[in-house]
Ligand binder design. Structure first.
Ligand code: BEZ
Ligand code: FE
Length: 327
């Protein structure tokens, strides 16, 4: 036991039984108070949290006014959370924490599709659509786009019946849940790969858009001279029995925000060419597309695994839905 501490790590120095404490004494006392945490992982997390949190407060010499301001910001963030808004996920994303967690949790072998942030706008219950099904049926502004490709294993063999859960903003840069009819699903669908592992999605060309910035996250971005923009992208969760699911996006290679995504989610391997055609391709004409259009081709490669990881991703979706994403 260090000098000057009792069995609980409390400081016993001082005159007449009073505890004269320095800031380091407090850190030691708090660490000691958590030292008996029975569950080893919780103990590791709590001890590291206290160590780093106290070190941060000491490093910046946080004032009482600043600490109170932080509490006000967190309170405001909590009040903003609803079935349509998750301000804490926005904080996690804009501080880069979501991407660090993603990178730690999804180390992929060479060749497997890389993951990126889930974001707060996934919804459960999007419709099952046939190959070529249109997720953008209410979007009359965007340029029609066919996204196609295959879902493959690490040996390049097609995965039949893989599920692609897809979501995207409308051409006005808003997700359905942010727009006029928040209860109606739009720009979402579930697609299955065919016997050759192919999928085909009809949509509109994705646009860049700002993350919600009318709350404390927006204030933080403004005060620190950061913009709220995300480069144009389409979200995917791709899963198949026996493979690790991947939560990812494809990004438009021409987007000016690729280098400065507000949530740090761009990975080189996820950047994709959206090719303009002045007249519809034969496949597009068959689907009833007229006039100029875009095509994008992207193959997803899944890593084999047991069923546990699939349960993890579904669980993440359900938990997010319970927190705020609309089911
Ligand atoms: C999104 O792409 O939907 C998103 C991701 C992170 C924060 C906000 C939005
Ligand atoms: Fe998005």
């Amino acid at each position: 036991m260090p000098d000057g501490q009792n069995t609980h790590g409390q400081n016993t120095n001082g005159r007449d039984g009073a505890r004269s404490t320095t800031e380091d004494d407090i850190t030691a006392a708090v660490l000691a108070r958590f030292a008996a945490t029975p569950e080893p992982r919780l103990k590791q997390i709590m001890l590291a949290l206290i160590k780093h949190l106290h070190a941060f407060v000491k490093e910046v010499e946080l004032t009482e006014a600043e600490w109170f301001q932080a509490i006000e910001i967190l309170t405001e963030a909590g009040k903003m959370c609803s079935d349509k808004r998750q301000e804490f996920i926005l904080f996690s994303d804009t501080l880069g924490v979501s991407m660090v967690v993603d990178l730690l949790g999804h180390r992929k072998p060479e060749g497997a599709t890389e993951s990126t942030v889930f974001g707060p706008f996934h919804r459960l219950g999007s419709p099952d659509l046939p190959p070529g099904g249109n997720i953008a049926h209410r979007d009359t502004v965007g340029v029609p786009t066919l996204v196609s490709g295959r879902v493959l294993d690490l040996d390049g063999k097609p995965i039949v019946g893989a599920l692609l859960d897809v979501w995207q903003t409308q051409s006005n840069g808003l997700y359905d849940s942010q727009d006029e009819h928040p209860d109606e699903l739009h720009m979402r669908g579930k697609f299955r790969t065919d016997a050759e592992g192919r999928y085909l999605i009809r949509t509109v060309r994705p646009v860049n858009y700002p993350i919600p910035s009318d709350g404390p996250v927006g204030a933080m971005l403004k005060a620190t001279g950061r913009h709220p923009m995300r480069p144009a992208h389409i979200h995917f969760v791709v899963m198949a029995d026996g493979y690790e699911p991947v939560t990812t996006h494809i990004f438009d290679r021409t987007d000016p925000y690729l280098e400065s995504d507000a949530v740090f989610a761009v990975k080189e391997s996820l950047i994709c060419d959206f090719v303009r055609h002045e007249a519809p391709t034969a496949e597009a004409a068959r689907l009833g597309i007229a006039g100029p259009m875009f095509t994008a081709n992207f193959d997803f490669v899944l890593k084999p695994t047991g069923v546990a990881a699939r349960i993890d991703v579904l669980d993440a979706q359900r938990r997010l839905a319970a927190l705020g994403a609309r089911a």
